[in-house]
Design a protein around this ligand. Structure first.
Ligand SMILES: [Fe+2]
Length: 308
């Protein structure tokens, strides 16, 4: 796939209840690098192999959850074109000026029918991964905590996911990689969508309440690192939701856990590469448990009910 249009997930802005406790968690347990703080009190982080200034931003609020999930697009012309296409599709967009988020260019912000705020942007300062662009070493020796490679995708819960599918497909150029069906065998319970050769860049599950976060996910390189993440979480008395285990859907090996505010996070490894000539994989209602957690073969109650 030629990488044009929307390139990849760029940043998630997540609400936390206690900023200091959360900075400790994301710095020392997750092992992300703090890259800045702004006047409004938001704290910015990046993962070790990310080159742009930030990919995960937290702000203190009265309730946990997600403010927005953003995608980086190829360039400014693409941003303008997608803004026009969104408006033609009946989506109201807002331009957020460059610099409103640290080291980030102008953003196009809009609400999708599931009640989530999505942003597109073309520019974010390249601060590098610390290894340089010339004859780099393969990794940095000063690592902390779980130390994920990158912020990878999110799973959002909300209504109207058919309309969201149409918007992501027809306007933003995403494809459906996997579908999970409700009992009627027709209606989508969940959709795993990609703008790249990854098995998913964003996933959606049908839910009555709009704007809910199921998880933000971060990539690890090996299954052993997923096991090590579980050890680190337990050493730090973090709340583990499930795992280490494997998803049937997308085939990733995974662990779900909660940040100190109750926001679910995932670190995962693996999955498969997707190309546009591939048909979507379908999971039927009777096998949905296997699709979500391949070893337990059943959903835990938390998967469908614990959201922020
Ligand atoms: Fe995930």
């Amino acid at each position: 796939m030629a990488m044009t249009g929307v390139l990849r997930p760029g940043h998630a802005i997540v609400r936390v209840l206690d900023l200091d406790e959360s900075v400790h968690f994301y710095t020392n347990v997750m092992g992300m690098k703090e890259t800045g703080r702004d006047k409004s009190g938001r704290v910015y982080f990046k993962c070790h192999d990310e080159r742009d200034h930030n990919s995960f931003i937290i702000r203190q609020a009265d309730r946990a959850g997600i403010d927005c999930f953003a995608f980086k697009v190829l360039n400014k012309a693409t941003l303008d074109l997608l803004d026009t296409k969104l408006r033609e599709h009946g989506i109201q967009t807002e331009r957020v000026p460059a610099g409103e988020l640290l080291e980030t260019g102008e953003r196009v912000r809009f609400e999708i029918p599931s009640g989530h705020i999505i942003e597109l942007y073309a520019e974010k300062t390249d601060v590098g991964n610390g290894l340089g662009y010339l004859n780099p070493a393969p990794w940095l020796p000063d690592t902390k905590g779980i130390n994920p490679v990158r912020m990878d995708h999110c799973l959002l819960y909300g209504p109207e996911i058919d309309a969201v599918h149409k918007l992501f497909n027809e306007v933003l150029g995403f494809s459906v990689v996997e579908r999970a069906l409700l009992e009627d065998g027709v209606t989508d319970l969940g959709l795993w969508l990609t703008c790249s050769p990854k098995a998913h860049d964003i996933a959606l599950v049908r839910h009555n309440e709009p704007g809910k976060l199921h998880h933000v996910s971060f990539l690890l390189e090996t299954w052993e690192q997923v096991l090590r993440a579980a050890d680190i979480l337990s050493m730090n008395k973090a709340s583990i939701d499930i795992g280490p285990t494997r998803h049937g859907i997308t085939r990733g090996t995974t662990i779900y856990f909660f940040d100190p505010s109750g926001n679910r996070m995932e670190v995962f490894c693996g999955g498969y590469q997707w190309y546009p000539d591939m048909k979507p994989t379908v999971w039927t209602w009777d096998e949905i448990g296997t699709g979500i957690f391949y070893h337990n073969r059943k959903l835990n109650d938390a998967f469908l009910s614990v959201l922020t």
